[in-house]
Design a protein around this ligand. Structure first.
Ligand code: PLP
Length: 287
């Protein structure tokens, strides 16, 4: 059975799925997206991702393409048709198709909706987490509205490629104050020397990670201390542990920053425990 994508009301073979050349997402990055982790065929942190999607659409003044219930049906149907039990489902909503012009189309257009899904082998993901990943740092060069989850990801693409070329899995952006904002596709965390779990505050120009927010709850429930206090790359290297969070990475230990080991240079016990706790919570609350 081949892969299936959803494009504007149709379930289509993935290889043939296409959008119009004047889709504003394609031409102008005038589009937003969401990614849900999938456990046992169900959407993890469903509510948080739907809420952020509504917010992103609102910031762009793009109407909701369909109700949340209808969207849930589509996301689940793409998962079902692709027989995905564990993995990720991707949703993109663009302003729609219109003759190319920077300003919004004057005639009303319908938002364009694309959904794709991919399987992830849980054993392979656990093996990656057990090894941990390296990150590099790179100067923050993105626009001022990283709180909106738009498909305009060129700085993230270039940062991720730079990471890959240096044998790392993620790039952390560092702002003009010398503090880490977030990763190219994840939020950044450390367990500092005082045993406090730290991640950047959302007043900064970062995406309000859904995994980040859920993990804050998990941390408090586990009796650990969390602080939205930023950190520098040097503090990360001196930290006991570091990790990243996201719908793709879940909670993934970081073992090196810019080639220098974090802690013992292996995944730390707290990051490993938080990964297990997060996955347990995500599975139990998935819908
Ligand atoms: N920051 C950026 C730039 C991202 O692209 C992502 C996820 O793709 C995240 C953070 C993590 O967000 P979430 O936990 O909602 O997946």
């Amino acid at each position: 059975m081949g892969r299936i994508a959803y494009v504007n009301g149709r379930y289509t073979p993935h290889a043939e799925a296409a959008v119009h050349i004047e889709d504003r997402g394609y031409q102008l990055a005038d589009a937003v997206y969401e990614v849900w982790a999938v456990f046992d065929g169900k959407l993890a942190d469903a509510e948080g991702h739907f809420a952020r999607l509504s917010r992103s659409l609102g910031e762009l003044r793009v109407p909701e393409p369909m109700s949340r219930a209808a969207l849930t049906v589509v996301l689940r149907e793409v998962l079902r048709r692709n027989r995905i039990r564990n993995g990720m489902v991707y949703l993109q909503v663009s302003r729609g198709v219109a003759p190319r012009d920077h300003a919004f189309p004057t005639a009303p257009v319908s938002p364009a909706v694309v959904v794709t899904a991919k399987a992830v082998d849980p054993a392979a993901a656990e093996a990656k987490a057990a090894k941990g990943v390296a990150v590099i740092t790179t100067p923050e060069n993105r626009w001022g509205r990283c709180d909106i989850k738009t498909v305009g990801l060129l700085p993230n693409v270039l940062a991720k490629q730079a990471a890959k070329e240096r044998g790392a899995a993620e790039a952390w952006f560092v702002d003009e104050m010398g503090l880490v904002t977030e990763g190219a596709s994840s939020n950044a965390w450390i367990l500092d020397r005082d045993g406090v779990l730290r991640t950047r505050d959302t007043n900064a120009n970062i995406l309000r990670g859904v995994t980040r927010l859920t993990l804050m709850d998990v941390i408090r429930e586990a009796g650990l201390t969390v602080s939205e206090k930023p950190f520098s790359p040097a503090e990360a290297i001196e930290a006991k542990e570091a990790f990243i969070t996201g719908a793709g990475s879940l909670v993934l230990p970081v073992v090196a920053v810019d080639g220098k080991p974090v802690g013992e240079g292996v995944p730390g016990p707290v990051a490993k425990r938080l990964r297990a706790l997060y996955i347990e919570r995500a599975k139990n609350t998935a819908v």
